[in-house]
Design a protein around this ligand. Sequence first.
Ligand code: URA
Length: 241
Amino acid sequence: MRINKYMAHAGVASRRKAEELIKQGLVTINGETVRELATIVKSGDKVEVEGQPIYNEEKVYYLLNKPRGVISSVSDDKGRRTVVDLLPQVKERIYPVGRLDWDTSGILLLTNDGDFSDEMVHPRNEIDKVYIARVKGIANKEVLRPLTRGLVIAGKKTKPAVYEIIKVDPVKNRSVVQLTIHEGRNHQVKKMFEAVGLLVDKLSRTQFGNLDLTGLRPGEARRLNKKEVSRLHTLAVTKKK
Ligand code: URA
């Protein structure tokens, strides 16, 4: 197997990132620095990245109902609780597929499959991510229209989103809106609402592709079965109109 693919399979990095690590001279096979991107890893070879051995484990996929107050990473230098800490029984080195903010709850996938992870987060593949946002202010068609057309955030236009107004409370001056997007830029949903004058005070992701959180309480996780993984893959590769 080619070295970049081997690294992606091992969950170390995406193939593209693996190539960068190789170019930086950080990857060795049997103690020799890899110089060629086309290098093949043979069975029994010892591959190390920055001196750390990597292994090709079985690919595993988990669905977590992330509670608020947990960070979407593998470790934290400030010692805060991470999403990986919520799955202590998993022996494979899994990491989150994309991220949810510390104060966002809801559906989060974790895997050790770098290619799958890339496929799920790449906007080109148009995997729907559905969010429910409680916002300060009154949501209506006029206010929300820019979300459906795309608006500029940090110099880049967002792809058209789909919304549904769930509830408007004029007395408390707040609304609940469902928003479906397939991008995953930093704080994207919060920034999109902010751009139309609505401040998000509670955010939750309720759907990822065809998956939802049925049967999972906050903090609980379950393994995805082969059919679910392959369905997500099909969603990603199916050409959109
Ligand atoms: N958009 C956000 O603003 N936050 C999240 O956690 C996810 C999407």
